[in-house]
Design a protein around this ligand. Structure first.
Ligand SMILES: N[C@@H](CCC(=O)N[C@@H](CS)C(=O)NCC(=O)O)C(=O)O
Length: 256
């Protein structure tokens, strides 16, 4: 039986709909995506930045259909099929695209190993601190839990913002670090409207950085209209969502 989360609007809208329309022809790289998903947006931004040819296929991951479980046994979007291999996990897909298409610029990781490792430290911070705190804040139902989670979001973002070289995280070049956090920047209107979050309360550096990242063309063009996200975020805000991420946050486990 499908979970309530399976009731989602079936396709991208707004700027993202136009991008989807341009990527229907069969290509060596097949991109299994959900228009609403922040993890999908990471891989999608990378594809668009690098102008890699890809075929977009919309998947509703909550339906757990066999054809998709054969591609990603975890049943999560994003996934890609590349040269006969099925690859999933948003950040692994971004790194695959960087390595498999070296002629497609811009590079999203610096060339020197030390700087690449530092970029990965901050991507890890996004995974372990920023994203879980954001999820806890959205799902928190009592004032105490919301205050606690909001502070966790501020702490995680302040730590990140202190390291921004400017204008982008690593300096002049837009990188994997910016890509990893961008989907949560463009979705922070949810915690602004319902959970008392303010960008200015993180820091001025954060506010300026967030404004810049949300204007990046690849970030704008991989977004759908907000009104179609309302049902989805409503379920999270009432803590009724049954996605793997929502269940993990509710149980205090790491997000899959
Ligand atoms: N760690 C995964 C997370 C992907 C993920 O959670 N995707 C969600 C949609 S935003 C999904 O497919 N959920 C299906 C489910 O929870 O059953 C990644 O980075 O790709």
């Amino acid at each position: 039986m499908s979970i309530p989360d399976a009731q989602i609007f079936p396709h991208a809208t707004g700027p993202a709909e136009a991008v989807v329309a341009k990527h229907q022809d069969p290509q060596e790289l097949v991109f299994y995506a959900g228009w609403f998903c922040p993890y999908v947006q990471r891989a999608w931004i990378t594809l668009e930045e690098k102008e890699i040819p890809y075929q977009y296929k919309e998947v509703n991951p909550y339906k757990k259909e066999k054809h998709f479980l054969d591609i990603n046994p975890k049943g999560l979007v994003p996934a890609v099929e590349y040269k006969g291999k099925a690859i999933y996990e948003s950040l692994i897909i971004c790194e695959l695209l960087e390595e498999a298409y070296p002629d497609h610029k811009p590079d999203i990781l610096p060339s020197d190993p030390g700087s690449r490792a530092i970029a990965r430290i901050w991507v890890d911070h996004i995974t372990k601190a920023v994203v879980p705190a954001f999820g806890r804040l959205v799902q928190a139902q009592t004032k105490e839990k919301q205050d606690e989670a909001r502070q966790d979001v501020y702490t995680a973002l302040r730590k990140f913002a202190n390291e921004i070289k400017g204008p982008y995280f690593l300096g002049e070049e837009f990188s994997l670090v910016d890509i990893a956090i961008a989907p949560w920047i463009v979705r922070d209107y949810v915690i602004q409207e319902y959970r008392g979050f303010r960008r200015a309360d993180v820091s001025e550096a954060w506010e300026n950085y967030a404004k810049l990242v949300e204007k990046r063309q690849s970030v704008v063009e991989t977004q759908s209209e907000r009104k179609y996200l309302n049902d989805i975020y409503g379920r999270y805000l009432r803590d009724e969502a049954q996605s793997e991420a929502a269940k993990a946050i509710r149980a205090g486990r790491a997000i899959p």
